[in-house]
Write a protein that binds this ligand. Structure first.
Ligand code: MD3
Ligand code: FE
Length: 201
């Protein structure tokens, strides 16, 4: 079992997935993107996000001019594909809860993509953790407190790292400031994939 590190209430499992497990996860994510193609969500202001996204599970996360929300179908109208067993196994190993995740959100960061500081508060039950899996290039992760004005701290996330956001950290502001391109050979085109598993209802 891997050691954990506490980073501002975020439980980090460095190198939780070995190379073979990372490759299997990427293959599973490619199958998700074949069924439910990645898209650049639009912010409330109509500006496309730099990160591309898709989802698996009963609910997927979408954003457009109508706002941010979970939807039972991809914008094209197709059902989201099922959450892959490889991702469910990570959830079962680290989440500490009995409920199964209902959304597996897949984020793709090209070299220059970033994600601004935000909270994940569109879910109904904040006693349910969020589990995140990093794949590909290193990413500079920033986490603060429950108020946007709270001080923040940063750490690099590496391919194969898993984070568990539970307790007070569940509602912490967080974001991805930048990638360090060329730091991983996992994805032939470079960049970074992040998987977050969530209970939505
Ligand atoms: C800390 N994704 O999809 S994952 C997101 O790397 C998101 O793609 C980032 O933020 C990414 O919403 C960060 C790690 C993460 C996820 C949820 C959190 C950190 C969190 C919720 C609360 C605090
Ligand atoms: Fe988030």
């Amino acid at each position: 079992m891997t050691e954990t590190v506490d980073f501002r209430g975020v439980r980090l499992y460095p190198a939780f997935l070995d190379r073979a497990a990372q490759e299997a996860m990427v293959a599973a994510l490619r199958r998700i993107a074949e069924a439910a193609p990645m898209f650049h969500p639009e912010t409330r202001f109509g500006k496309p996000m730099s990160v591309k996204m898709t989802s698996a599970g009963r609910y997927g996360w979408v954003s457009d001019r109508r706002g941010y929300r979970y939807e039972p179908r991809h914008p094209t109208g197709v059902d989201w594909p099922p959450i892959p067993p490889e991702a469910l196994a990570v959830w079962q190993a680290v989440s500490g809860v009995e409920r199964a995740p209902e959304c597996c959100l897949v984020n793709y960061y090209a070299e220059t993509a970033r994600m601004g500081l935000h909270q994940d508060i569109d879910e109904a039950d904040f006693t349910m953790p969020v589990v995140s899996i990093s794949l590909g290039d290193d990413a500079l992760f920033r986490v603060g407190g429950q108020e946007r004005s709270d001080s923040t701290a940063s750490a690099w996330l590496h391919s194969g790292d898993v984070c568990v956001l539970a307790g007070a950290a569940r509602k912490a502001f967080h974001g991805i400031d930048r990638l360090k391109p060329g730091t991983s050979t996992l994805l032939p085109q470079g960049g970074r994939l992040n998987v977050t598993l969530r209970v939505v209802t």
